[in-house]
Design a protein around this ligand. Structure first.
Ligand code: 5GP
Length: 192
């Protein structure tokens, strides 16, 4: 088991509705040491990739992305969520359905922060159905930039996002991949 899988087992719990709660080290309180290890592990996995920018989505992706941006010494951009981004020509706008909040979000990035010459590493805390990742890919595509990889802390392998992204040919690296989890027995099994 790697450090993140061990941390999930010791500090996380499963909520009804297929939700893994890791508020105590990632989604509410942030364990800086774990964030540092996640960043180092993602950098190791993408060591052969040239990166000019890291892109994530608010809120919980920001901590990981910032740690990683520090290691690469490249800017970190976080896409914002909101309803105000319709009909604007100074923003790249996409949509993503939120698995946790059960609603559609506009996702946007101001145009000056992504350009066609950028080589973008997309980073997020969770990958479930891939809605957030696909909205970020769409934004990178609108900017004419390249997605050079997708780095995820926790992939929920029982949902379809990871399979879709790999089939689409993206280089996807997830540090912990959950194969199955059960809220009644509080068991979590990782992909080997
Ligand atoms: P997706 O867009 O891939 O369907 O879902 C990814 C997003 O939903 C992540 O950014 C994360 O905020 C949230 N998410 C999905 N599943 C979980 C979960 O089990 N636990 C937590 N804490 N967040 C999740």
């Amino acid at each position: 088991m790697n450090f993140l899988e061990e941390k999930i087992l010791s500090a996380g719990y499963v909520k009804q509705g297929n939700i893994l709660k890791i508020d105590n080290f990632l989604n509410h309180q942030i364990d800086v040491n774990i964030m540092r290890q996640i960043a180092h592990e993602l950098k190791r996995r993408f060591c052969d990739v040239e990166i000019s920018k890291i892109l994530t989505i608010e809120a919980s992706g920001i901590a990981i992305a910032t740690m990683l941006g520090n290691l690469y010494d490249v800017p970190v951009v976080f896409a914002k969520k909101g309803e105000t981004a319709n009909c604007t020509d100074d923003k790249y706008v996409s949509q993503a359905y939120s698995f946790t909040h059960k609603c559609m979000n506009n996702v946007f990035v101001s145009k000056p922060y992504l350009s066609a010459s950028d080589r973008v590493l997309i980073v997020d805390d969770f990958l479930a159905d891939g809605q957030a990742a696909h909205s970020l890919i769409d934004i990178v595509r609108q900017a004419g930039a390249a997605v050079v990889g997708i780095g995820i802390a926790v992939e929920k392998g029982q949902q379809n996002g990871g399979r879709l992204l790999r089939e689409e040919g993206y280089r996807l690296e997830s540090i912990a991949i959950i194969e199955e989890m059960d809220w009644e027995t509080q068991t979590i099994r990782f992909r080997r």
